[in-house]
Design a protein around this ligand. Structure first.
Ligand code: NDP
Ligand code: 8X3
Length: 252
């Protein structure tokens, strides 16, 4: 039987690239996101290659998540992998100037949404046993501070520690957990972060030769295809063009 992966946030970027790559590799797909037209179009396209179940879901809506996951059709019930990808950054102003609503949205999506998907799908992954796996989308922002990262980076630091902590509890179940920590990647992420400001988007990626969503999808598939006895705890990726800079010193 072909393996099944549940991908959150499959309507663009990494999630969409994962759906395409996993379909090519012969996996069945459960794909989710809020934008129903995009989700359905992707499902229609990939249905020529594999079994696809599109679920229009907001990961922040706990009861909708509970209902959808409790009612997965039998042919999608046995799950080999979860890609906890849905997430976002909103803004990069200094903390003292931020919109508190933006902070709440990041916490609700990047932390609470990931927790809902994880907790609700864990029984199915445990039932699968050896070879099953969760790949959580962390970020370099969870490992390293930078100005304007505040709640976004902190949410990804949560994801990193949660991923490591999960491994302790899942010992003996065969279920693997990886925190994937990409740096600069070219996707709608930056349009969302900068409220649709195309000029800022272009400036960020100009000349950077950023990581592409297809690179991330390839990495996630590779992680999940490792031998069942092997767990990649965390994996940090940057484009070659990206590196650290000096500590900042404010001088009076
Ligand atoms: P995109 O903006 O291209 O994709 C984000 C996806 O998340 C979309 O499919 C969106 O779908 C979905 N999403 C957002 N909010 C919700 C929600 N409330 N419920 C359900 N789905 C939601 O960004 P990326 O593909 O680049 O980012 C994917 C993940 O990778 C994120 O967690 C991000 O933090 C992380 N990441 C990104 C990096 C980058 O530089 N791009 C680097 C490191 C990590 P919809 O709007 O239809 O709901
Ligand atoms: C996205 C990478 O560096 O923009 O998680 O925070 S960064």
């Amino acid at each position: 039987m072909q393996p099944t992966v549940f991908i959150t946030g499959a309507t663009s970027g990494f999630g969409e690239a994962c759906a395409r790559r996993f379909a090519t590799a012969g996996w069945s797909l459960i794909i989710s996101g809020r934008r129903s037209e995009r989700l359905q179009a992707l499902a229609d396209e990939l249905a020529a290659q594999t079994d696809v179940l599109p679920l229009v879901l907001d990961v922040r809506d706990r009861s909708a998540m509970e209902t959808a996951i409790a009612n997965l059709p039998p042919r999608f019930a046995s799950l080999r992998a979860l890609v906890n990808n849905a997430g976002l950054a909103l803004g990069s102003d200094p903390a003292q100037d931020c919109d508190l609503d933006h902070w709440e949205t990041m916490v609700d999506t990047n932390i609470k949404g990931l927790l809902y998907a994880t907790r609700l799908l864990l029984p199915r992954l445990i039932a699968h046993g050896a070879g099953a796996g969760i790949v959580n989308l962390g970020s370099i922002a969870g490992n390293w501070p930078y100005p304007g990262s505040h709640v976004y980076g902190a949410s990804k630091a949560f994801v990193r520690q949660f991923s490591l902590n999960l491994r302790c509890d899942l010992q003996g179940t065969g279920v693997r957990v990886t925190n994937l920590e990409p740096g600069l990647c070219e996707s709608e992420f930056s349009l969302v972060r900068f409220a649709g400001d195309q000029a800022r988007y272009d400036a960020i990626y100009e000349g950077a030769n950023a990581i592409q969503p297809a690179d991330i999808a390839e990495t996630i598939l590779w992680i999940l295809q490792q031998p069942a006895h092997l767990n990649i705890n965390s994996l940090e990726l940057m484009p070659v063009s990206q590196a650290w800079n000096n500590f900042a010193i404010h001088r009076a």
